[in-house]
Design a protein. Structure first.
Length: 223
């Protein structure tokens, strides 16, 4: 894969000067790492010398990303299933003990989560509900991504949770219900030494039409 980084930067010079740190979030993952390196250079007192030494004004050759053979294999497999549902997890019970333990870890003891008696009378749901971040924190286990005995990408040397593009909690998870995750691959992009994968994960509630969570998750595989 070839990316003309310098031409891209030239065209966006004015935007870069005003929004340099926000701009990195708009970049495709294949050039984001190079952009961060560029910013580090730009913020140093030797930037002018660096530009001269690298003759940026005359650079026109695109940057090539050399892909590991296993990365190419995984990319081809995932690309063939873009937009398709590739995984449906097992049901997981979210009981009050799990909610209370999460409240203790995060120091979030709002009564809507931890006081069943008050929730029964004052909550519109008539029961306690799980923290949204509790549901979010369960994505790894719900997508079977944390089983050392059966890794999702066994050929990868390391798998990293790179972040989330967006998250919504359309419906609360009531204490005692079962939830599970359904996963689709949205994109697969080469990066230095690996792949960046964007997944759409939908957490459904057993017996409920509306999902508990819809998240666009970003992971990186290194080979």
């Amino acid at each position: 894969m070839k990316v003309k980084v310098v031409d891209f930067i030239k065209r966006k010079r004015e935007v870069l000067s005003h929004h340099q740190f926000e701009f990195k979030d708009w970049l495709s993952p294949s050039i984001r790492d190079y952009w961060i390196e560029f910013l580090n250079k730009a913020n140093s007192s030797h930037f002018a010398t660096w530009v001269k030494d690298h003759n940026l004004a005359s650079i026109s050759e695109p940057i090539e990303i050399e892909m590991h053979p296993e990365a190419t294999k995984v990319m081809n497999e995932l690309t063939a299933s873009l937009g398709e549902e590739i995984h449906v997890g097992e049901w997981l019970n979210v009981d009050q003990l799990r909610i209370n333990n999460f409240a203790s870890v995060t120091n979030d003891h709002q009564w809507i989560h931890t006081d069943p008696q008050k929730a029964a009378t004052d909550s519109p749901f008539k029961t306690t509900i799980a923290h949204g971040f509790l549901t979010l924190s369960l994505l790894s286990v719900l997508t079977d991504s944390v089983d050392p005995a059966s890794p999702k990408f066994p050929s990868a040397r390391m798998t990293v949770n790179y972040g989330l593009n967006q998250v919504r909690f359309p419906y609360p998870v009531k204490s005692g219900v079962n939830i599970r995750a359904r996963t689709k691959i949205q994109s697969v992009t080469p990066i230095k030494r690996g792949l960046e994968i964007v997944q759409e994960i939908t957490v459904e509630i057993e017996g409920c039409r509306r999902p508990a969570c819809v998240a666009e998750s970003v992971m990186r595989l290194y080979f």
